[in-house]
Write a protein that binds this ligand. Structure first.
Ligand code: PLP
Ligand code: TYF
Length: 393
């Protein structure tokens, strides 16, 4: 029977991770997979996470099941982190999920249950797993133009023009901040215009918030999601704790759903039911760590300070790289690197140029020329800048 299976295409980002590992060259630079790395190239466990884990280890007396949708304390802590303290509590449903990916997946499934004919509109480009999950679910999806390859910024007029085609009940997948893979983000005015358009069209926003705290700050990175949440009757937010808490492998995320208050009970019940159909209870440990940190003022302050170091470190690397390229090219062509936010920037190199940088300089960048800025340090920035110029980007 299993001989009927067809091979699946490998995940290109994860495949690049393996190629990097197998490269024996000593000065190799990994700008591939989206994992934060410090100046030593390590992805450390955050201090607040260690402290929370110790506290849980000291105090936990049972490992019995919790609740199908996850702990209410986790839901409340995540809603507060994402939406701020004055969100409409009578309109909120929430689901603890297996990472931000699980939150996206459950968001798609919930939308499909409510409107089986929904088309999901995705930015061009977007995170490849969005598209592969939608394909797997058999859900219709359509790209909207987003990235202007010439300016490496958002082509907002094109985005608005494409979204004119929305039908009532369609889903618009938006990156809440730190767009993956481009690094180009919407301004507040653009978020407002999107909110107005979706409201006029009767479309449903699904905001993928995987990098809150990696761009302009915790509140700033949630501003788009908060603005949409304050203006639209129904909103889905898929929040990941993988990056901002550095707990990737614990698989921690949360789907927040705002609905009419009269639909809340059935929505919340449907979310719990979706977990039950898929894997029953979501993993507990990461969610418990996050709840412990967010509800303890001292731990929270320590976490916020460490996250701020991570954020400002990436911003400093962006500025250093843009400055270096200004000097080498005697132009401002690469200033967009300092304007982008989050871990990623799409450089705008051809696949051949990406390949040349890997071959000649042992620099690993995803094939679409997405670079993970966190893979750099002060010493490797000039190496990358010279390789970019040598490749003729
Ligand atoms: N969405 C985007 C855009 C991402 O880049 C990621 C990154 O890993 C995720 C969602 C989900 O992450 P995870 O499932 O590891 O929490
Ligand atoms: O885009 C990235 O690099 C991160 C990590 O299948 C990632 O979001 C990459 C591929 C994948 C899962 C996570």
């Amino acid at each position: 029977m299993l001989n009927a299976l067809k091979p699946q295409a490998p995940d290109k980002i994860l495949a690049l991770m393996g190629m990097f590992r197998d490269d024996p060259r000593p000065g190799k630079i990994d700008l591939g997979v989206g994992v934060y790395k410090d100046a030593q190239g390590l992805t450390p466990v955050m201090r607040a996470v260690r402290a929370a884990e110790k506290r849980i280890w000291d105090n936990e007396t049972t490992k019995t099941y919790t609740a199908l949708a996850g702990e209410p304390a986790f839901h409340a802590a995540m809603a507060d982190l994402v939406l701020g303290s004055d969100y409409p509590k009578d309109r909120l449903s929430a689901l603890q999920t297996v990472g931000g990916t699980g939150a996206c997946r459950m968001g798609f499934e919930l939308a499909r249950l409510a409107n089986p004919g929904a088309t999901v509109w995705t930015s061009d480009p977007t995170w490849p797993n969005h598209l592969s999950i939608l394909d797997y679910l058999g859900m219709a999806h359509r790209p909207y133009r987003y990235f202007d390859a010439a300016t490496r910024s958002v082509d907002f007029q094109a985005m608005l023009a494409d979204l004119q085609g929305l039908k009532p009940g369609d889903v618009v997948l938006l990156h809440g901040c730190c767009h993956n893979p481009t690094g180009a983000n919407l301004t507040t005015d653009q978020w407002l215009a999107i909110a107005d358009l979706l409201a006029a069209k009767g479309a449903l926003p699904l905001i993928d918030l995987a990098y809150q705290g990696f761009g302009d700050g915790l509140a700033e990175d949630a501003a788009g999601a908060r603005l949409i949440a304050s203006r639209l009757p129904e909103v889905f937010i898929a929040a990941s704790c993988s990056k901002n808490f550095g707990i990737y492998r614990e698989r921690t995320g949360c789907l927040l759903v705002l609905s009419d208050a009269t639909d809340r009970a059935v929505t919340q019940g449907t979310l719990a039911w979706l977990n039950r159909q898929t894997y029953s209870f979501a993993p507990d440990h990461g969610a418990r760590v996050v709840t412990t940190i967010l509800t303890d003022p001292a731990l929270r302050a320590e976490w916020e300070a460490e996250l701020e170091q991570v954020r400002s470190g990436m911003l400093a690397l962006r500025r250093q790289l843009a400055d270096e390229l200004r000097l080498l090219t005697n132009s401002d062509r690469f200033d967009f690197l300092a304007r982008h936010r989050g871990m990623f920037s799409r450089l705008g190199a051809t696949p051949e140029q990406v390949e040349q940088m890997r071959r000649d300089s042992a620099i690993y960048i995803v094939g679409d020329s997405r670079m993970n800025i966190a893979g750099l340090n002060n010493q490797s920035v000039p190496v990358l800048a010279r390789a970019i110029v040598a490749a003729g980007v």
